[in-house]
Design a protein around this ligand. Sequence first.
Ligand SMILES: NC(=O)c1ccc[n+]([C@@H]2O[C@H](COP(=O)([O-])OP(=O)(O)OC[C@H]3O[C@@H](n4cnc5c(N)ncnc54)[C@H](OP(=O)(O)O)[C@@H]3O)[C@@H](O)[C@H]2O)c1
Length: 283
Amino acid sequence: MVLVTGASGRVGRAVVDLLVEAGVPVRALTHRSEAAVALPAKVEVVTGDLTVPESLDAGLRGVSVVFLVWTAPPATAPAVVERLATYARRVVFLSSPHQTPHPFFQQPNPMAMLHAVIERLIAATGLESTIIRPGMFASNAWLWWATAIRAHGVVRWPYGAAETAPVDDRDVAAVAGQTLYQDGHAGGDYVLTGPESLSQAEQVSIIGDVLRRRIKFEELSPDEFRIETEGSWPRPVVDMLLAAWAATIGTPAFISSTVFDILGSTPRSFRQWVADHATSLSG
Ligand SMILES: NC(=O)c1ccc[n+]([C@@H]2O[C@H](COP(=O)([O-])OP(=O)(O)OC[C@H]3O[C@@H](n4cnc5c(N)ncnc54)[C@H](OP(=O)(O)O)[C@@H]3O)[C@@H](O)[C@H]2O)c1
């Protein structure tokens, strides 16, 4: 039995489907009960909150492998990891490439620091572990730009020249799914990227191309971006992104072959991601 946390999220939701398809018994953890509605009927759904460690006990009973996604505050991480070790044999943790020596990944980043702490906690328990480290998700394009594209076709954004290698969430989920139900991934440490380095302005241009719409990229200064996101984005997230984009100017994005190595298929391109999400991008 595999327990999938973050089961209503971008990666966890796709992992649930892949495990069901592979015939693996799955239990999905959600912490808002309404999130369970979108899960397949076959899946056992349990509620639990990572900030309330004892709320996880019912979901962990009888589980041998856990897919761990952590977007909660950090305080309860030690107690939660200890609980995972009481019940499970192995954990697959959705982390980030904070050990990769590329300027994009070496900037101050509170989320990456928390990922590193959780990795150390997992190692200290002696649990078998597999660490999945995706770079920028392709689906960030939807979160960041879809509203502007639909409203007026102008993306106002900083560091248009900053390059990333957007990785399709479905490829991240496919690698995670495989490591959850196939043997041989204990100790695995996998940095996942998309297949090509693309500047943010190029990514917006690809969206325009696929949607057959003229979408303008309007460069903002970092301070203009801070002002535009004031009150709607957490300031640490804004500063983290600005630092990463600034540091990568003039350097192509880091590209790994891990998706291909594990899945045996080429990672999906950003253009493919856009084509598959064209309806929701154009509204
Ligand atoms: N975005 C990127 O480019 C990127 C790149 C590398 C790594 N990552 C990492 O990927 C992770 C996010 O994955 P994602 O995008 O798939 O997640 P997501 O779509 O943001 O969804 C978050 C999930 O976490 C669950 N959750 C939130 N608070 C919880 C709590 N207190 N207790 C239990 N569950 C809780 C939510 O459940 P409910 O729906 O029930 O609330 C939801 O399923 C983060 O660790 C992030 O740092 C992201």
